[in-house]
Design a protein around this ligand. Sequence first.
Ligand SMILES: *Cc1c(COP(=O)(O)O)cnc(C)c1O
Length: 466
Amino acid sequence: MRTIIEPFRIKMTEALPITTRGAREGLLAKAFNNVFLLDAECVTIDLLTDSGTGAMSDRQWSALMLGDESYAGSRSWRRFEQTVREITGFRHIFPTHQGRAAERILAATRLKAGNVVPNNGHFDTTRANIEYVGAIATDLPSAAARDLQSEKLFKGNMDLDRLAQAIEAEGAANIPFCMITVTNNSGGGQPVSMENIRRVKELLDRHNIPLILDACRFAENAFFIKEREQGFADRSLLDIAREMFSFADGATMSAKKDGLANIGGFLACNNDDWADDFRNLLILTEGFPTYGGLAGRDLEAISVGLMEALEYDYQRYRHATVEYLASAAIARGIPIVRPAGGHAIFIDAAAFCPHLHASDYPGIGLVNALYLEGGIRAVELGSVMFGKPAPDGGGEIAAPHELVRLAFPRRVYTQSHFDYLIETLDVVWRQRASIKAYRITEQAPFLRHFTAHYEPADGCERFLRS
Ligand SMILES: *Cc1c(COP(=O)(O)O)cnc(C)c1O
């Protein structure tokens, strides 16, 4: 059969709130026009993130009951360690309460002020943890990623030439480690090829720089490698994932993505000295090394989820849902990042709203229009999330792209939900000229997008520079 179906049926339901436009107008105003500040109960289809929002399987729910809540050396920890080792091959494995805890431990133990960490594309919390200790997070995406419309297959790749230049310019001693994020979230959820990972590792080896994989979507990346990279069509996703990890010296992971769990993560490495430092800080901030901030039952659910994420039928269905929405958007001329990424659709808000300048935060305007029209919650990845204060103190520097992400929770929404979403997009697209400019009235010093307050700014103040 050519129709790709959800490879599961539904055994338990959760009611969706259906609201009116009038109600949504009041709710958004009360949330200072920032959808992060809305109560989830006010959201009909929540595409804010694919992080921790997935549905667990019956196998995961039953595994929860097997959770061993012993403080030290629990059976659930053994199962978790075995599963993570089977997939990654790493010698030292540390559970953490989520991905950023792993990043914090890595950054706090390995980095000093002034160090540089190259990455194909730092995730926001990764960047924040690196910058928090005074180090510099550099993004080196491949040139193909800059053209949002090109149909290149591995637009998440690291730019090898720029990596070589960065090593030359900084000196290897100032680069305690390099990272590759699979898939590359900030670049559009785009995959990284096995060849690219291998060649980055070869280059780093010549300078003795360790490679850390930000592995949050390792299974989705493995699926893309199987579908798109020569020589992998007949390999299992587990086998491909193992090869990806074989090039890395360590990994940070959020189990809220390809762990198919609602919480959890891990930090892993091969180096014994690094492991000692990780363990000491883990005990201080997360918990004893055999639970690391997680309940035994969480460790069980993650162990099952990591393996389910590597099931081919699951990944094939997941990718089909992303493609379904992408092709509907493309058919209407809606500008999206192409080809579609692994976990989300990224709308090019700058192209969607040509009447708005980057300083009008077109991503916020589009996000808010989607909420008002259909109760859909999306997220801006543009100049609010990635804009920077100009070094001379004169305003802000715009982000390279103004994107809006519709992230897909795993195994949660059905095709009719996507049809509703397509109808909403259709209406917002036809009325795009009315999408408003916004300005920030309140913001935090970092990760400001979570808590900023906005107000509509009809005057379009142009305080950003591109
Ligand atoms: C989610 C994510 C993280 C951080 O993980 P949390 O569990 O949210 O702390 C890091 N890197 C990438 C690529 C992610 O998607």
